[in-house]
Design a protein around this ligand. Structure first.
Ligand code: IDP
Ligand code: MG
Length: 159
């Protein structure tokens, strides 16, 4: 059996559109109910430097200044999530980028009407997750505990 320590991780940001609309608990509740492990969590005020890195694929887009401003409008909640195939499982839970097009049942599809103020960021690949976790978390801020209910979340041989 692989160890919980080896489980895939993903980096999540609850954006100011989530924090300001008092949806932090709603999103965390969905994460917990799915059986995804929260390995790290903290509130942070982002700045232009970290956003230029984090959204390096978008810095040249005309909407980048508005995007950066929207990400600095309040603190965000940063999380490291852990689970089997958690990157793809969680991206499915998040839904497509534009909240108006996201499927009902997804976080964006249930909680957002915007293509920019869309509640949440989640890493899009295990490789990017590792880079993003190192960008937002120190090693000591990520915890490798094993939740006691794990044997009721995964069947034999799944971990
Ligand atoms: P993702 O968050 O679904 O992975 P990305 O393409 O990586 O989508 O874009 C990052 C973020 O940039 C989006 O979540 C959204 O907040 C913002 N964004 C993306 N495309 C647009 C756009 O066309 N107009 C305004 N904001 C956008
Ligand atoms: Mg993205």
């Amino acid at each position: 059996m692989r160890r919980v320590t080896d489980m895939e991780k993903t980096l999540v940001l609850l954006k100011p559109s989530c924090v300001e609309r008092h949806l932090i608990g709603e999103v965390i509740s969905r994460i917990e109910k799915r059986g995804i492990i929260i390995s790290g969590m903290k509130m942070m005020q982002l700045d232009e430097n970290i956003l230029r890195e984090h959204y390096s694929h978008l810095v040249d887009k005309p909407f980048f200044p508005d995007l950066a401003a929207s990400m600095m409008a309040s603190p965000v909640v940063a999380m490291v999530l852990k689970g089997v195939d958690v990157v793809s499982v969680f991206r499915e839970m998040v839904g497509v980028t534009n909240g108006r097009k996201a499927a009902p049942g997804t976080i964006r599809g249930d909680l957002s009407m915007s293509g920019s103020l869309n509640i949440i960021h989640a890493s899009d690949s295990p490789e990017n997750a590792e880079i993003e976790i190192n960008r937002f978390f120190k090693p000591a801020e990520v915890f490798d505990y094993t939740p006691q209910d794990l044997k009721f979340i995964y069947g034999e041989g799944e971990i």
